[in-house]
Every structure is written in structure tokens, then in C-alpha cells.
Write a protein that binds this ligand. Structure first.
Ligand code: ATP
Ligand code: MG
Length: 586
């Protein structure tokens, strides 16, 4: 295995990777020590916002840039750690002035703005629960989430309020206050709402952090809805321990570095690594308020001198689709680490990183439920293309087989099973909102079962097979959607691919593939047979797709994941299920 590793970029002179020797780190790492390393002591209190901001200020980072917000026109808004601290203090005081009790949930429906950061961290500081809502949601998904979360305060813009919230407000019994972030001071305030800026002006900028503890609920995140109805997942203040440790061990963040996490704060990645973990490392966050655009992204990477970049496979594949000329319009001498999460990262995409940036993408695996990265390719260890990497120090991860009597750890490197994690890491979810049975059912024989299938090779590297719900069984074989899709994406004309199983009277299931072509490639019958031939050559006739359909845009969640369940439902004429997270929906 070692020979197929691709080295990442070396740490710059004067800097050492946080993790140099993986085996040694696994042996010596403990979560108790990680807690002490973060907090500097054994105070029983723990608060995410305190660790992310106040402790940084205390340690002398006050004048450093915490975040740079870039608006559509390219204007920048810079905020230091001290400025972020006073904004958060004001918001925490504002919550008290509204008589919102500690522990009550506060949500945002905002773009990627400084106010979102203020509300998120101010809420945590006040000991309230923060719930980010993705800003492109329409009224129905908002109603479901606001109601399920028993949200008491919502911070949003006037435009979002009028378009999406006013009409559902009557149905939201728990919602006591709506605070409006006005775009300009002359904008009229909708009836029944409060001016955010005015409330902030009246509030004091000093606030003593609420005495929260490790087990207090801090965050409420809704999952992506890739496999079904989105679930409300709660994380506690202890999550910051794992988010900090992984920001060091996996993302290798060092104080004052420039870090860009492209995930929207509406999803767990955008909060855990777009905000909390990196701030605890004292970096400067880049927050782009515009949507994905290849030229803009390359410009940001170069002009902002991004050191570490955390993005997603869909974005990487869209950059690949846009062509290398765009990449080469800039140089990226400061960029020293590129990582990915959210979907399987095919080897082709990892290797494209080497061609485009002189370094591979480092895949990482985790879920909303795990609260932090669990499996990763580590910067100093080299990347194994196509593999998600190894368990993070402090995490016991295994491939499990479900049997009638419980679950067993799979020892053969060939056998596919479900990813299992031993509970005990600090960012493990504390519940599914209003669904304790489902929470209990996620644990068996002392393991949390993640619902993803994988193999684990002799060196401890995990290889993603597919979601348990997406795996195809054909003629007695278990077919990995990821393997098939990766093979299809090796064809030069294919940009993205998704496969599903369709019923077949003989094989049980047969494979149907949907492919999105690269820009400037026209779909025709000759190309269809060429791709089929390519797939058969690589995979063998038994496994290769029987059918290939061209698709202009595969259905994706708003967080960029392919919704195979929707492709399957449409193919088979079945009900489409919950579509609240489908991209492009109002
Ligand atoms: P839902 O649970 O509502 O269906 P979701 O699982 O997509 O949605 P998230 O918690 O945002 O919601 O995503 C976690 C999932 O994303 C993982 O369980 C896994 O299936 C997928 N994933 C994340 N990282 C990787 C990766 N590196 N390789 C493969 N899959 C990944
Ligand atoms: Mg999930």
C-alpha cells in the first residue's frame, strides 16, 4: 500500500505538521489530553464560543483577523478576534434582554455573513442552542425544521422573512422573536419583527460566558437528506474538543494561517470547520458570499493566499469539468493542503489535484452524527487515492458485520461491512431530535453504526463502498456504487456519474448509470457505446452498467450530494419522498 501513496506538500520552513507519526499519535492520544490541550486546564466548564474566541483573545490573538467576508462584488469585510468577541457578547446580552432562557434554541436563516457568525457564537456563549438553517430553503422545509427544533428566536433578513417566513409564522407556536438584519437602514421592518442592529446597539459588549458543561447541548444540525427525511442531530459543547483536535491533526491548521472551508454554514461542515475548529486554532477564515464559480474560486485561492483549503468532491469535479486553463490563470504558492469531505472522492479527482495544484486532495470521512472528522488521509502520511484514509487518533473505527446475534468486527480486508465507531469521542451526537428510538437503534453491542458500507485494508485504510441504502445486489454480488461511478469517471468525456440498481428478473438487480458529460462534449449513441465499452473493460460485463443515460444535471442535495434515491424513484415510478434538500427547489 505504502508505494501507492502520493506525498502531500511538505510543511513550509519553520512549521511542523501537527501529526508526524500516525502510529505514535494513535498510541499516545487521549481525549482527556486533547481537552487539556484546548482549554489549558481542568475546569469542568466548557463552552464552544469561549474556546473559539475568548481564549484566543486571552492568548493575545485579539488583533488578528478571525474572518474575512468577501461579498459578490469582491468587497472585503475583515473582523478581528476582538471585534468578533464584542459582537458575540452583544448578541448574548441581546438574548438575555429578550428574556430567552438559557438552553432555548436560536436559528439563523442568513447568507454567509458576519451576522451569522455573531449569532452562532453569541448564542453558544449565552448557553443557548444554535441551529443554522440553509438560506435557500423555502417555506415548507423551514416550517418543518423550525417546528421540529422548537426554535424560539430566528435571525433572518427582511427579504427572506417576507418571502419565506411571514406566511408560516402562525404555525410556529414556539417562535417568540424574529430579528431582522436590514440590508440598509431605510429598509422597512416587517410587522412583528425586531431590528437586529438596534438590539445590538443597545446591548453591552461585555458578557460573562454561560457556565456550560461538556454534556450540554450546543448545536442542532439537520442532516443533508440524501437517503430520506432529514434528521435533527444534537451535538454538545464537548464537540469543540474533537473539532479542535481534528483541525490540527487532519487539517493541520496553525495560528494565523489562511483557511478556506467552502461548505455553507447551513450544514455541519460549515459550522464545525467553517467556524469553530479553525477559530480554536487561531486562523483567518475566508468566507465567500457568492455561489460556486470556477474563476472566482481560483482567484480567491490565489489572491487571499489560502494555505489550507477544505472543499467537496462535487466542487472538485466541477473544477475538473471547467478545464485546466482556468486553474493555470493563477499561481498558488501558499496553498499547502487540500482536503475534501461529503461524498466519495474518486482517485481521478485526487490525482487531478496533483496535475492542477501539484498536490493531492486529502479525503476525509465523517457525518453530522459524528460531529467531527473520523477517518482521514493525514498531511504528513501521503494520500492513498480512492481511499478515505485511516481512523483519527482517539477514534476506534471498524468494519462490522450484522448477524442475528449482534454485530461482529470484520477482519478480512476483502469483506464489506458497515462502518462502526466506538462511542466515547467528544463530538458524538447526543440524540436525534424527537426520535429517541432511532437514536437507540443506531447503537449495537457497544458500536455506533454509521449506515455507510466500506472495506478496511491490511494497513487500516478504509475504502468507501456506498450508503447501505444505495448498494446494489446483482446475481449474488454486492456491487459498490462508488467503484462503478469511479470507473465511469475515468472516461475522458464523463464529469460525474451516479448508478442505481433496477429490478431484474434474473439477476435480482441490474445496474443503470446516469452520467453528466464534461463541458463541450455532445451526447450521442457512439459516445454511449464507448462509455459502456470502457465500463465493461474496467469492471467486467457482470458488474458494468447495463444501461447508460445522459443527464444534464444529476439530482443533488443542496450540500452537493447525489440523490440516488431520487434517480431510483423516478426510474421506477415510485413516490419521490422528501425533496426539501433537493438543489434547485424553491
Ligand atoms: P441523510 O443522513 O439525511 O441521508 P447525509 O447522510 O448525506 O444525509 P450528512 O451527515 O451531511 O448527511 O453526510 C454524511 C454522509 O456523507 C456520510 O454518512 C457518507 O455517506 C457521506 N460522506 C461524507 N464524507 C464522505 C467521504 N469522504 N467518502 C464517502 N462518503 C462520504
Ligand atoms: Mg446520514
Amino acid at each position: 500500500m505504502a508505494e501507492s501513496r502520493i506525498p502531500g506538500r511538505a510543511a513550509p520552513r519553520g512549521m511542523t505538521h501537527h501529526l508526524l507519526d500516525y502510529e505514535a499519535a494513535r498510541r499516545t492520544f487521549t481525549w482527556e489530553n486533547a481537552r487539556i490541550a484546548l482549554t489549558g486546564g481542568s475546569d469542568p466548564r466548557l463552552n464552544i464560543a469561549y474556546e473559539a474566541i475568548d481564549r484566543r483573545v486571552q492568548r493575545g490573538y485579539g488583533v488578528w483577523l478571525a474572518a474575512r467576508f468577501i461579498d459578490r462584488a469582491g468587497n472585503r469585510l475583515d473582523i478581528t478576534y476582538s471585534q468578533l468577541q464584542s459582537r458575540c457578547n452583544r448578541f448574548a446580552n441581546a438574548l438575555r434582554s429578550l428574556e430567552i432562557p438559557r438552553g432555548a434554541p436560536v436559528a439563523t436563516l442568513l447568507g454567509r455573513s458576519a451576522e451569522l457568525f455573531t449569532v452562532a457564537l453569541g448564542t453558544l456563549k449565552a448557553g443557548n442552542v444554535f441551529c443554522p438553517l440553509f438560506s435557500a430553503f423555502g417555506p415548507e422545509p423551514l416550517k418543518t425544521r423550525l417546528a421540529l427544533g422548537h426554535i424560539q428566536v430566528l435571525v433572518t433578513s427582511g427579504a427572506f422573512y417576507r418571502r419565506k417566513v411571514a406566511g408560516i409564522r402562525a404555525a410556529l407556536g414556539a417562535l417568540r422573536h424574529v430579528l431582522i438584519v436590514r440590508e440598509d437602514p431605510h429598509e422597512e421592518l416587517p410587522e412583528g419583527t425586531t431590528d437586529f442592529a438596534e438590539l445590538m446597539r443597545q446591548a453591552s459588549d461585555s458578557y460573562e460566558t454561560a457556565p456550560t458543561h461538556d454534556t450540554d447541548v450546543a448545536l442542532l444540525h439537520f442532516t443533508s437528506g440524501t437517503t430520506g427525511m432529514p434528521k435533527g442531530v444534537t451535538l454538545t459543547h464537548a464537540a469543540v474538543i474533537a473539532q479542535h483536535a481534528t483541525s490540527e491533526l487532519v487539517l493541520d491548521l496553525h495560528p494565523q494561517e489562511v483557511f478556506w472551508c467552502t461548505a455553507d454554514p447551513g450544514w455541519v461542515t460549515g459550522i464545525a470547520y467553517g467556524m469553530i475548529g479553525p477559530l480554536t486554532c487561531g486562523v483567518t477564515l475566508i468566507v465567500d458570499q457568492e455561489e460556486f464559480d470556477p474563476q472566482r474560486w481560483y482567484r480567491i485561492l490565489a489572491e487571499e493566499r489560502v494555505n489550507v483549503w477544505y472543499t467537496a468532491p462535487t466542487a472538485i469535479r466541477m473544477l475538473m469539468k471547467a478545464g485546466l486553463e482556468l486553474t493555470r490563470a493563477h499561481r498558488y504558492p501558499e496553498l499547502r493542503l487540500m482536503a475534501s469531505v461529503g461524498e466519495p472522492l474518486n482517485a481521478e479527482a485526487v490525482l487531478w489535484g496533483v496535475e492542477a495544484f501539484g498536490q493531492p486532495f486529502h479525503d476525509t470521512w465523517w457525518q453530522t452524527e459524528t460531529g467531527a472528522i473520523m477517518i482521514a488521509n493525514f498531511p504528513a502520511c501521503g494520500v492513498v487515492p480512492g481511499s478515505m484514509g485511516r481512523a483519527v487518533p482517539g477514534i476506534e473505527a471498524a468494519v462490522l458485520r450484522r448477524t442475528e446475534r449482534g454485530v461482529q468486527v470484520v477482519s478480512s480486508p476483502e469483506e464489506v461491512g458497515e462502518i462502526g465507531l466506538r462511542p466515547g469521542w467528544p463530538s458524538m451526537f447526543s440524540g436525534y431530535l424527537d426520535n429517541p428510538e432511532r437514536y437507540r437503534a443506531s447503537f449495537h453491542d457497544g458500536w455506533y453504526l454509521a449506515g455507510d458500507l466500506a472495506r478496511r485494508d491490511r494497513d487500516g485504510y478504509f475504502w468507501f463502498i456506498g450508503r447501505a441504502d444505495d448498494v446494489i445486489k446483482s446475481a449474488g454480488h454486492l456491487i459498490s456504487p462508488f467503484e462503478l461511478e469511479s470507473a465511469l469517471m475515468q472516461h475522458p468525456a464523463v464529469a460525474q456519474a451516479a448508478v442505481i440498481g433496477i429490478p431484474d428478473p434474473i439477476a435480482g438487480e441490474a445496474v443503470k448509470a446516469f452520467v453528466e458529460l464534461k463541458s463541450a462534449v455532445a451526447p450521442d449513441e457512439a459516445l454511449r457505446s464507448a462509455i459502456l465499452g470502457h465500463a465493461r473493460r474496467l469492471l467486467g460485463a457482470a458488474v458494468a452498467p447495463r444501461e447508460i443515460a445522459f443527464s444534464e444535471a444529476l439530482p443533488r442535495t443542496r450540500s452537493g450530494k447525489i440523490m440516488r434515491r431520487l434517480l431510483r424513484a423516478r426510474e421506477l415510478g415510485l413516490p419521490e419522498g422528501d425533496l426539501s434538500t433537493l438543489e434547485g427547489r424553491p
